[in-house]
Write a protein that binds this ligand. Structure first.
Ligand code: BYC
Length: 319
């Protein structure tokens, strides 16, 4: 069979909604696309722990502190499932980590913004986890089995995070004037970067068309962004706040909210490394990796010793 025939057979499997598994034949570009997307996703989860970790010691009470700690731990877990899913495609964890540290691999734009107030912990839950869920629920039906299965658990946990964030904001919305102002100010800062999380407009997205054909993506960036706006515009009413977009308006004819223009220059600046916190975030990751070297060495030494112990025990049993 020629490569062309194999590619055609592969596409037929995708069209028939068959799941692709690690040992199946796949086009090299399909493999590379998945490595790129899954590793970017894993890096986002790990870097995403930093802006929230910043507030763990300053949570206003024990209940909030416990919930925030658990959320940040969940994100570490998501990163690990995703690195493991990417490893099934033939890339090592070390390679992915070094791509992140060298700046070669991307992670979500949103984590390059600072978390300045306690309200940001709620806003991240509401908007950032909200955008993540909108994007990730369809990924549970991604054509690549290990990624799709990892996403099922990730989505369950993310939706809990989203509700936790919304509940935090609802509490602030019923609080003092200062608390209500803090809530509005936080949403003002996070709204547009959250809208950018879905990626460039369909007309400027180099990967969407092929990823849709391979059923890695099930919706385009613009379709998901529109769903997100429609949901948030309604939820903002419950929080008694406004979204910082003078053009946000229900369009009866379209059955959707219209919204204003996104500042794509800002998006690309942030994605290319020049956002408010890019250097700080990468610096923190590199430092954590270097300072954690002894843990990795100890774990490797322990695993080697355990393997040796098991081998000796098996030999003893055999004689
Ligand atoms: N940030 O053709 P496109 C989370 C890049 S949530 C940075 O549309 P694609 C969390 C893109 O990589 C966040 N870069 O690409 C939540 C590409 O560059 P390269 C993570 C972005 O892949 C709460 C170029 O722009 N979620 O983890 O078809 C707490 C062209 O874009 C962004 C995921 O990663 C961005 N926002 O679509 C803690 C979900 N958007 O690679 C953690 C999985 C685009 O050609 N990923 N770029 O140099 C996806 O669904 C897709 O990869 C995207 C982009 C929709 C993000």
């Amino acid at each position: 069979m020629t490569t062309l025939d194999m590619e055609q057979k592969f596409q037929e499997r995708i069209d028939a909604e068959e799941r692709i598994e690690p040992k199946d034949w796949m086009p090299e570009k399909y493999r590379q696309t998945l490595i790129r997307q899954i590793s970017q996703h894993a890096h986002s989860e790990i870097v995403g722990m930093l802006p929230e970790g910043n507030w763990i010691t300053r949570a206003p009470n024990l209940r909030r502190k416990t919930a925030l700690l658990a959320k940040v731990q969940d994100e570490a877990g998501h990163g690990l499932y995703l690195y493991a899913a990417a490893e099934t495609l033939g890339i090592s964890r070390d390679e992915m980590i070094s791509q992140l540290h060298s700046g070669e691999a991307k992670y979500s734009n949103i984590f390059n913004y600072p978390t300045l107030t306690w309200a940001d912990m709620g806003t991240i839950g509401w908007l950032v986890d909200g955008a993540a869920i909108m994007n990730q629920v369809p990924l549970c039906r991604c054509s690549y089995g290990p990624y799709a299965r990892a996403m099922v658990r990730v989505c369950k946990e993310e939706s809990f995070h989203q509700r936790q964030g919304f509940e935090l904001l609802l509490t602030l919305s019923k609080g003092t004037k200062e608390q209500r102002e803090m809530l509005q100010e936080s949403v003002n800062r996070f709204w547009w970067p959250s809208m950018m999380m879905f990626g460039p407009s369909d007309t400027d997205s180099p990967h969407t068309a092929q990823s849709m054909k391979w059923k890695i993506k099930r919706f385009t960036n613009d379709e998901l962004r529109q769903k997100f706006v429609d949901v948030c515009a309604e939820q903002a009413k419950t929080l008694n706040i406004t979204l910082p977009d003078p053009d946000l308006k229900w369009n009866e004819e379209r059955g959707h909210y219209d919204f204003g223009a996104i500042d794509w220059d800002e998006f690309w600046r942030v994605v290319k490394g020049d956002g408010p916190c890019n250097r700080e975030r990468l610096g923190a990751r590199v430092r954590a990796h270097e300072e954690g070297a002894w843990v990795r060495e100890a774990a490797t030494a322990f695993a080697a010793k355990e393997a040796q112990r098991r081998q000796v025990a098996e030999l003893r049993e055999a004689v």
